[in-house]
Design a protein around this ligand. Sequence first.
Ligand code: FAD
Length: 836
Amino acid sequence: MKTHARVVVIGGGVVGVATLHALVKKGWSDVVLVERNELTSGSTWHAAGLLPLFNVSYSVGQIHKYSVKLYDKLEAETGQPVGFKKVSNIRLARTPVRMDEYHYYAGVAETIGVNVKFLTAAQVKEIWPLYEEEGILGAIQHPDDGYIQPADLTQALAKGARNGGAEIYRKTRVTGIEEKPNGEWLVKTDKGDITCEHLVTATGNFVRQTGQMVGLDIPVIPVQHQYIVTEPHPAIIERQKQGLPEMGVLRESDSSWYMREEAGGLLLGPYEHGAPCCYVDGPDEKAEYELFQEDLDRLAPHIETAIARVPAFGEVGIKKVYNGAICYTPDGSPIVGPAWGKRNLWLNEGHSFGITAAGGAGWQLAEWIVEGEPSIDMMGVDPRRFGPYASRGYLKEKNEEAYRMVFMLHYPDEERPASRPLKRAPCYDRMKALGAVFGAIYGWERPNWFAPPGYGFDPEEIEKPDVLTKENHAPVAPGEKVKELWSFRRSNYFEHVGNECRHVHEKVGLLDMTAFAKYECSGPRAEAWLDSILANRIPKKVGRTGLCHLLSQEGGVRCEFTVSRTGPDSFYMVGPGAFERHDWDTLTKLLPDDPGIRLQKVTGQYGVLVLAGPSARDVLQKITDTDLSNASFPWLTGKMINVGIAEARAMRVNFVGELGWELHHPMEMQNTIFDLVMQAGAEFDIKPFGIRAMTSLAIEKSYRLIPRELSIEYSAYESGLDRFVHPNKGEFRGRDGLVARHAEGDKWKYVTMEVHGVTDADARGSEPIYRGGELVGRATSGGFGWRVGKSLALAMVKPEHGAEGSELEIKILGEMHKATVIPESPFDPDNERLRA
Ligand SMILES: Cc1cc2nc3c(=O)[nH]c(=O)nc-3n(C[C@H](O)[C@H](O)[C@H](O)COP(=O)(O)OP(=O)(O)OC[C@H]3O[C@@H](n4cnc5c(N)ncnc54)[C@H](O)[C@@H]3O)c2cc1C
């Protein structure tokens, strides 16, 4: 066994082995893998082997697509058969809203190049003669999808890796991990120690124990998952004799199960309600090929619906039930990328579709390790998308929820109920009393919109038989009554959100943005350091504020901050709340060991209330001594002000494009400030507004967001950040990559579009954009702009189609609409309202 290696991968399941294989393909051969038992002895051996391409996440969709392509070539590369059967995958729809979901997903699929087809119920019958058509409205099919033999796949990847110089040590258990003072990792095993530069963990169900070894609470806890295999069925045997093709994978999403042929019989895999978490502290040290006692009661409702749909399933006996652990995270997507707070420690954990994801996840992780950045936007799977709030109790509830919701309709405005409310701003109860309907972001409760008095809708809407979406209409928190009707189209809160937008535009509104991530940076070398990592010029004058981006090496956008100079040597920085851990980790990894720079995270210390609208000055001036006139408090400046008896850092910036101030205040003074503002605002008819109104207002200003319009996949120039990027100011992170990429020619152009002919479904982001039948781009955001009275989409398109006036088409829920590229910031392009 080697004592030194460039990379050690822990875990010989499909994910670890695929990572090893990808590292070798990237040209690193001094790489080893350690497996405590035999390859695949964890979760991999008992997986059903399905390779579902369906995934609405942009990151995961691309990962899955890559895997399927890789697996297709693996036998030719290694000589090892992998048992890949491209039998196709059919998802049935019983409700119109499920068809909407499929059409929405088809847009994502088209933009990432995944082949999908829509089928009628009768066409499904031709492919799946054993199924009953009744109640089926249609289906979506992935012709290139199918299933594979997970153990053979793992062996083939292992062979490919070994051929490239990698070594695999089976029966070798990692017992401890130490970070050495020189930054290397010491991996202690029961067969000896290995020192390495990079350490990758891919330990599946053992992740809780691995986390303990490295001092991280990795937000993964497995859940029990079962599938049933029947005895052979004569009709299937007969088909085989006749040489007919396999019927493929059938998914009845509305009944939460998948089915396929298996050895002449059928295999049924449901996602049940009540499947419990397991291995909360990890499996037993001696665990191998472990399965749990089956739970037939939990399976019964799914068996019933499966028999109704495929009667043959009930005509043969059950051969075996598998009940194994499947890793879950709070949002159901895996954890792939750098560990927070640790250098050269990489996590490839939490895979619930690990057979499908392994190839793509290994590919991107290998790029990240070898080249310093992945090439696709990995925000959807980044380990740092969860924060310390995702602790054990939270995870147990949330991961069980993610499991039971695998097949639920995932609406664009979906808000899941488990583990809520967790983090509450002090004004939570006040907002609730005003009718707030909350959403959750990074554990924080935030008002999404406000239900006016008397709000309600016909309960029959959701009580209709066979409308399965009703389960999603959960109360916002246990015991609360406000419900919203989710949809892929304009929903029942559309008008109310519109009223909030109009109110902010005509009068004045108050928004809670306490969830913002906040940082302070100070010291004699703080400015020089910020200047070396951010693409914009650092504000020179005390009180000035600027929008600054931290770029990837290749000139894409990794983080965005509003940077305010609060003193000669001190800065206050605000970033998106959802990326607090990601951004903090990125900043601290770039921070030199220099006592002249002090960086602190202060999110929990400060609340943020945003006062916006034409009367904002009148309201605030009533309760502060500070002169708020344009002359003494211009746009893009900030200062400490008193708000009655309290104080706040008032910053004249906002994300809605109206006159206004963000009030960053000590958290414990929030309710005092809230009451003062609401009292002072009464004569101006102040009303609260929520995130959905803010989003609509921001789209009208063409404001960009990570990971939509801003991403590592697009250069800062492609995202239209020219005025925030200054290559001539001197060296900064990502400058050379940005300049080189720009010199080669931009591949994308950020545009704002007016979408024509919309009646009830605006773009949401991810819709494909065409010109004369050719795919020329994708929408990144969209919605109705209430101030301009237009349906809008923000998009990245090929530069030759990005000129103002360019006539394009956008496909929304399967329907083509004309779309015209219009000038940026359709509302108030000269920012007169902001400067008012
Ligand atoms: C019933 C069932 C059906 C499924 N069906 C599908 C499907 O159809 N399609 C799909 O994509 N996915 C499916 N899955 C999920 C899939 O099985 C997993 O996502 C996948 O196997 C995860 O692979 P892994 O490599 O991350 O984990 P594992 O296969 O569990 O591998 C982790 C490895 O790490 C090793 N290890 C842990 N700790 C240490 C240590 N300290 N030292 C050394 N080695 C260590 C373990 O021994 C283990 O071999 C299914 C899961 C279940 C339970």
